[in-house]
Structure formats: structure tokens, C-alpha cells
Design a protein around this ligand. Structure first.
Ligand code: ADP
Ligand code: MG
Length: 474
């Protein structure tokens, strides 16, 4: 799908300044392309506004060239479909979008029971003649800013990209906290290898996706195909291997793939939120292999790096910011780079709508808003655990096909809270619940929000849960 989406943007890319393209278009994630309908996830509501205001024609024209004259683009933000055309302030736009969505829930077919238990999304059984690296070309070494905390990891990744499989850094095990650049760096590694030798079969996959596709392949009696596919890649990049915890069959399969690749000198790169020795629920023989090559960590950025990142990114975005505003953010948003970026995007959005330079006051307001929401320890699984505990349902059942009332309820609430409290994409949230489709996640979120507006008691329960998540997450 990324490949198709890249084709959609290719015409636009040729006619847009590279930084503008990078800033506003490369960050859009395709969710699905079905017939004429292209569903995309955008980082925030103002993006859509901005694109409509500035690049409406070029953007839609580029997509029509790939999809056809009747192509429609459905933007999704925060789990909600969005439609905006008129110019508004940021707050108005958000308020209106949520209202529109609540109103739209009232359509009859969405009224009834949620769409759970439907057949699993058709598994794209992978064929080798149509090899998709799954890499997001947006992540490169060039736009990865060096700092004390990532120096070693970056240097190692660059060295590997120049000689994949040929250094002693095999596997390359990259670990560190949330939002510090692990995904960026290992994808940059994959992209750099592809740039040097386009014929290489570089495969990037999240551990979630790997697990779900594996389970699907078993159900479809294609487990051998799955294994053979992965055995044939030249460079295997798996993101967030901590999610292999407790998944024994997946670990066994991965163990075999690892051995096959390693023995034939193929490069393996892994990321994790913990050092190998701190992983729990992963078999010893795998953990020891993680240490065969180089385990390198990424540390949170120091003040100097945070300033460098903010300066570089605000320049890229073409945002005029008072130096004091940049400094304020760098001093107060300390935990990770994703938050720094989120802060900047929000600021730019508010700036580009109201016009003028970004002041310290605006910076303060946005920093306060952002820093209270995203907490590194809040993960989809942690949220699911809290919800199941609170509603007293068996956590394992959440991933099954069951449509039992209380399970469906717990699942929907977990999905809603996952979207609210984490940076996970809709696709990724779906994967955490037994490989459900992004549209299922959207329905779940809409259902919960509708109930919250209708039913005071329900709303209070959700907010109590939100509080619990906050407490556990801090
Ligand atoms: P992780 O996978 O560790 O949770 P990501 O790789 O998703 O973190 O990084 C979060 C965001 O911060 C991404 O948008 C990424 O591009 C950006 N980022 C992280 N580190 C850097 C860096 N050193 N230079 C530029 N951008 C960075
Ligand atoms: Mg990541």
C-alpha cells in the first residue's frame, strides 16, 4: 500500500519544494486504498486545512493521476473521519470536526452492533516477485539529527548501511525509550541500503505485524510460505521486538529465521524499548542472540540537541519562531523527540492559521496542553490491561473473535483509550486486538464517543479509567 501511496504522491513530489513536501505530505500515512477511495491518517486536523488552503489542486490532481478521475480522499484524524473546507481557527476546526463525527454516528447501519467478529482482513500473502520493503522513505540519515544521546547508534547504523551483513554489528540491536528515534534510525538504515543497492530485498516490519501475519498464515495453512518469504530477505528490520514477549510460537519461528539469515551473512536489525537483558518473556536463546552483534542504546536528547532539533525542524517547516519560544519548548519538553515535534506542529498550525510569528505565550500554552497528555509508559497493552482489570474480563479474550457483550465493550473502550493516550496509528491499534482492521478501530472509537455524549454514567466510567491510566503511566 505504501508503494501505491507513494505513486499517488509522486506527481506532487515533482512539483513541490522538497521541504514543503517533506513537512506536509510525507507525514500522511495511507490506511487503505479501496477502489476510488483513499483513506489516509493525518497528524492533526490543521494539516488538512493547510493542504486545502495551499495545495488543494496539486494534491488531488496527483492522486487522481494514480487512482483515476473519481478518486476521493478520506482524511482520518485521531480515529475520526474529517471533512473541512472553510478557514477556521484551530480550536474551531477541532470542535467542529468532533461534532460532525458525533452527528454522523447517527446513520442507521452504524447504530447497530459494532462490526466485530467479521472475517479477518485478507492477508496479503507475500509473493517474492512483488517485493515491498514496507519502508517509509521519509526516514533518512540526512534528517536524523546527531546528538550525544544517539551518536553511537547512528554511527553504527551508517557503518552497517555501507556494508550490510559484513560488519560485526549483526544483529544490530537498537534500544531506548519511546519517541527517541528508534523507528526513524532503523528505517533510515533500511532506506540507505536500498538507496545504494535498489535490488536488495530489505524488509521492514513491526513485531506486531510480523506476529499477526504469522498467525494468519497458520490459519490459512501458509506458514511455510511465510517462513520461506522471510528466509529470502537480504536485510531484515524488525521494530519493537519487545512485543514478542510471551508469544512463544512467533519467537520460535523468528528464531529459525534469525539463524537462517545470520548463517548466510544477511543483516538483521532490531529495535526494542528495553536492553536485551531487561526483556522478560523472551526465550533465553533469542535474547542471547540479540547480544551477538552490537546492542546500542539511544538516550533522551540533552538541551543542546533539543535546541538543534527545534531549530532545524522549524526551519524546515518554514515557521517563524521567536528564539525565546524555541528555548521555552526546549527547556520544558524534555522527555522525547516525538513530543518536541508534536509541539512544533501544533504551534505551527496555530501560527499558520492566525498569521504572524510564534510568541512565547503561544509556546507556553501548547507546551502545557501537550505535556499532560502523552506519557511514555502508556502503551496499548498497558491500557488494555487496566480496562480488563476494571471491567473484570479476561484479557486474552479481547483478541478473540468473540462478540460477547462485555468483551466487545472492553475491546472498544481499550481502542478508544489507546487512540487517546498513545501515538499508535489506527492500523497498529487494530493489530493489538487480534489483527483487526483500521475501520473496526474507527467504529469502536465512534461508538464510545457517542455513548459518552448520550450517557452520563458511561462517560464517568470512561473518565475514571482515563484517570487510572494516567496514574499507572506516571
Ligand atoms: P521511537 O521509535 O524511538 O519511539 P521515532 O523514531 O518514532 O521514535 O521518533 C519519534 C519522532 O521523532 C519521529 O517523527 C522522528 O522522525 C523524530 N526523531 C527522532 N529522533 C530524531 C532525530 N535525531 N532527528 C530528527 N528527528 C528525530
Ligand atoms: Mg518506534
Amino acid at each position: 500500500m505504501w508503494r501505491r501511496w507513494r505513486a499517488c504522491l509522486s506527481h506532487l513530489k515533482g512539483s513541490t519544494p522538497p521541504l514543503t513536501f517533506q513537512t506536509w505530505f510525507a507525514v500522511i500515512e495511507p490506511i487503505s486504498i479501496e477502489g476510488d477511495e483513499v483513506t489516509v491518517e493525518i497528524p492533526n486536523a490543521q494539516y488538512w486545512e493547510w493542504i486545502n488552503d495551499n495545495y488543494r489542486h496539486a494534491f488531488f490532481e496527483s492522486i487522481r493521476r494514480e487512482i483515476g478521475p473519481n478518486a476521493v480522499v478520506v482524511p482520518v484524524f485521531n480515529g475520526k473521519k474529517l471533512e473541512t473546507t472553510r478557514r477556521r481557527t484551530a480550536d474551531e476546526a477541532i470542535a467542529e470536526a468532533s461534532e460532525m463525527v458525533s452527528a454522523r454516528h447517527a446513520t442507521p447501519e452504524r447504530e447497530s452492533a459494532p462490526e466485530f467478529g467479521s472475517a479477518p482482513e485478507r492477508s496479503p500473502i507475500i509473493s517474492t516477485d512483488d517485493f515491498d520493503s514496507n519502508l517509509n522513505p521519509q526516514y533518512t540519515f540526512d534528517n536524523f539529527i546527531k546528538g550525544e544521546g544517539n551518536q553511537l547508534a547512528r554511527a553504527a547504523a551508517v557503518a552497517i548501511s555501507e556494508n550490510p551483513g559484513g560488519t560485526s554489528f549483526n544483529p544490530f540491536f537498537l534500544y531506548g525509550g519511546v519517541g527517541l528515534g528508534k523507528t526513524h534510525l532503523i528505517q533510515a538504515l533500511g532506506n540507505a541500503i536500498l538507496a545504494r543497492s535498489p535490488g536488495r530485498r530489505v524488509k521492514y516490519v513491526s513485531s506486531d505485524e510480523f506476529t499477526v501475519r504469522f498467525v494468519e498464515s497458520i490459519q490459512n495453512d501458509r506458514a511455510n510460505d511465510f517462513y520461506n518469504y522471510y528466509k529470502k530477505v537480504d536485510v531484515l528490520v524488525i521494530d519493537d521486538v519487545q512485543f514478542f514477549e510471551g508469544k512463544e510460537r512467533t519467537q520460535d519461528l523468528f528464531f529459525n529465521i534469525f539463524n537462517a539469515l545470520h548463517q548466510s551473512g544477511k543483516q538483521i536489525a532490531l529495535s526494542s524499548d528495553k536492553a536485551p537483558k531487561d526483556l522478560r518473556g523472551i526465550k533465553e536463546r533469542l535474547v542471547s542472540r540479540f547480544n551477538w552483534g552490537l546492542a546500542a542504546d539511544i538516550q533522551p536528547p540533552d538541551l543542546e540537541t533539543r535546541l538543534a532539533i527545534l531549530n532545524k525542524k522549524s526551519e524546515e517547516y518554514g515557521a517563524e519562531m521567536k528564539p525565546e519560544a524555541i528555548e521555552y519548548i526546549a527547556k520544558h519538553v524534555t522527555s522525547n523527540i516525538r513530543e518536541l515535534e508534536g509541539c512544533l506542529i501544533k504551534l505551527i498550525a496555530s501560527g499558520s492559521l492566525n498569521g504572524g510569528e510564534i510568541s512565547v505565550q503561544t509556546a507556553k500554552r501548547i507546551v502545557n496542553e501537550i505535556s499532560s497528555v502523552r506519557r511514555p509508559r502508556i502503551s496499548v497493552d498497558m491500557i488494555t490491561g487496566v480496562v480488563c482489570d476494571y471491567l473484570d474480563v479476561d484479557e486474552k479474550k479481547i483478541r478473540d473473535k468473540t462478540r460477547k457483550q462485555e468483551i466487545v465493550l472492553a475491546r472498544q473502550i481499550s481502542m478508544y483509550l489507546a487512540k487517546r493516550f498513545t501515538d499508535s496509528s489506527l492500523k497498529n491499534i487494530g493489530l493489538h486486538f487480534g489483527g483487526r482492521d483500521h475501520s473496526t478501530v474507527i467504529h469502536a472509537i465512534q461508538n464510545v464517543e457517542r455513548e459518552m455524549t448520550r450517557d452520563q454514567e458511561y462517560r464517568e466510567r470512561i473518565e475514571r479509567l482515563a484517570d487510572k491510566i494516567h496514574v499507572v503511566g506516571t
